[in-house]
Design a binder for this molecule. Structure first.
Ligand code: SF4
Length: 229
């Protein structure tokens, strides 16, 4: 693919956004969360786990631990058991207890709503912080880059970066700030419903004419990839 000027890439990104917005008018965070604390817990649990599984686990978990103080004082073995089916449960338990202890000690039991304060909690990375800020507080602090966003950003030719932090910086430069949270949802929804990791449905894809399909094996000869602009 010939190099595309940033202005042209930003304009193409806008056209991609318009089509994805039309394809997924109801796109939203698929984790169930009644409040910011519970979105924080659900997002920690969602690492290497499906949202569906997390929602099954949190249906009981949220009743058992109704506050940051409840998680902060939970016996680790008990919490591990409760979240075991989400995988990596020892690390996740450590993260939940660590961040909830900090929420209780430094923030009076309330989840803080700035990126710096969230990351300082311990056990919370930039991606998790962005999910909480964008979806629970409606603050545009960054673009959430998960496995779908990383894969689609590369296939769509928006970036050649592989590191999530670098991908995020590129996307923040291409996407208008008031769309950072939704852009991530649109790509995640498209990644789950069309642009699958193994067999992307390019013939049926809403953004085919805008996509250079970087790294996609051409399985269907009739599919015409987009030019670079
Ligand atoms: S055209 Fe193919 S590679 Fe590009 S976004 Fe659509 S499904 Fe993914």
């Amino acid at each position: 693919m010939p190099r595309e000027a940033k202005e042209a890439r930003a304009a193409r990104t806008q056209r991609i956004i318009a089509r994805l917005q039309k394809a997924y008018p109801d796109a939203h965070c698929e984790l169930n969360f009644p409040n910011p604390l519970e979105l924080l817990i659900a997002t920690i649990l969602s690492a290497q786990c499906t949202d569906k599984r997390v929602n099954l686990v949190t249906a009981d978990l949220f009743k058992k631990y109704p506050s940051a103080a409840a998680y902060a004082s939970a016996p680790a073995a008990e919490l591990e058991q409760a979240i075991k089916s989400t995988g990596f449960f020892r690390n996740k338990t450590r993260s939940i207890i660590t961040c909830c202890q900090a929420i209780v000690e430094k923030h009076g039991g309330e989840v803080p709503h700035s990126l710096a304060e969230l990351i300082e909690l311990g056990g919370v990375g930039r991606k998790t912080a962005n999910v909480v800020l964008g979806n629970a507080f409606h603050l545009e602090s960054g673009v959430v880059v998960d496995t779908h966003v990383a894969r689609l950003s590369q296939r769509l030719g928006l970036t050649r970066e592989k590191d999530p932090a670098k991908i995020e910086q590129v996307l923040m430069g291409l996407v208008p700030r008031d769309q950072w949270t939704m852009f991530s949802h649109w790509l995640i929804w498209h990644g789950r419903r069309r642009c699958f990791a193994r067999n992307p449905d390019c013939p049926g894809c809403e953004v085919l004419s805008l996509c250079p399909r970087i790294g996609v094996i051409r399985r269907v000869s009739s599919v015409q990839p987009a030019s670079s602009t």
